[in-house]
Design a protein around this ligand. Structure first.
Ligand SMILES: NC(=O)c1ccc[n+]([C@@H]2O[C@H](COP(=O)([O-])OP(=O)(O)OC[C@H]3O[C@@H](n4cnc5c(N)ncnc54)[C@H](O)[C@@H]3O)[C@@H](O)[C@H]2O)c1
Length: 248
């Protein structure tokens, strides 16, 4: 069992957002060197500064394949080979099918799905050569429920990300790589606190058996679980993080 942590390089996308930042913080505390990827700007700079020396910020648009390739090469030249990739950047759209414009559809798929593909195609060859790697994708409960509040493009993007998880897991497991995903529901983030109405939040809290929203640190803990050497027999798994909303 080859271990991770202690100097291994983890690339976290959406790292200036709530769940990405909680994950980057946890991985830095566990001894990883963390490449924090997000759109360039003050939010990313502040997130990196908050973690300190073990984090480096890389600002780029995950939906732009040329920008992703340039950034990935820089990350590997600055920090070394990427051992762990957390595909977490994402945008929410709550519009149902008739209200979803073709531009909105393309944008949501480009960020939530294409970005994970662009980074995976760059990181997997090196992981295969080194016979070591972990990939964790942030899916969503929406893909299982059809979207209680989430819209058509978002729900579809996360379902396709689950299929990408299975495809990568099938291809890479015999190379010492695991590829898993997490399907969270309603983490206490701006997506929930700002993009849902108070009435939607009240209704949801009545439906979630645990009786509260999930904390970003609980998501980070799930990521960390997949990175443990003792998780090396788990691949192609979609871990539910939904407070009992649904079992399967
Ligand atoms: N919050 C929830 O309840 C919830 C539930 C299920 C799944 N998710 C998923 O978890 C992930 C993180 O969500 P969050 O709540 O932390 O959201 P967030 O908005 O706080 O963070 C998302 C981050 O992604 C970045 N991002 C957006 N577009 C980008 C692009 N084109 N290139 C690079 N970075 C980009 C944003 O700048 C932001 O910092 C997302 O994939 C989201 O779909 C969230």
């Amino acid at each position: 069992m080859s271990g991770f942590g202690q100097g291994a390089v983890a690339l976290v996308t959406g790292a200036a957002g709530s769940m990405g930042l909680a994950t980057a913080s946890m991985l830095a505390a566990e001894g990883y060197r963390v490449a924090m990827a997000d759109l360039a700007g003050a939010k990313l700079d502040a997130a990196v500064a908050g973690i300190g020396a073990s984090a480096r910020g890389f600002g780029f648009d995950i939906s732009d394949p040329a920008a992703v390739e340039t950034a990935f090469r820089k990350i590997e030249s600055d920090l070394g080979p990427v051992d762990v990739l957390i595909n977490n950047a994402g945008i929410l759209s709550n519009n149902k099918v008739a209200e979803t414009t073709p531009d909105e559809w393309r944008k949501v798929l480009a960020v939530n799905l294409d970005g994970a593909f662009y980074l995976s195609r760059l990181v997997v060859p090196g992981m295969k050569a080194r016979k070591r790697g972990r990939i964790v994708n942030t899916c969503s409960f929406a893909m299982k429920s059809g979207g209680l509040t989430a819209g058509t493009a978002y729900t579809t993007s996360k379902g396709a990300l689950a299929a990408l998880t299975f495809s990568l897991a099938r291809e890479t497991t015999s190379f010492g790589i695991t590829v898993n995903a997490i399907a969270p529901a309603y983490i206490r983030t701006p997506m929930v606190e700002e993009q849902l109405t108070q009435a939607q939040r009240d209704a949801l809290l009545k439906q979630i058996p645990v009786g509260r929203f999930c904390e970003p640190e609980e998501f980070a803990h799930c990521v960390h679980f997949f990175l443990s050497p003792l998780s090396g027999f788990i691949t192609g798994e979609i871990l539910d993080l939904n407070g009992g909303l649904q079992f399967d």
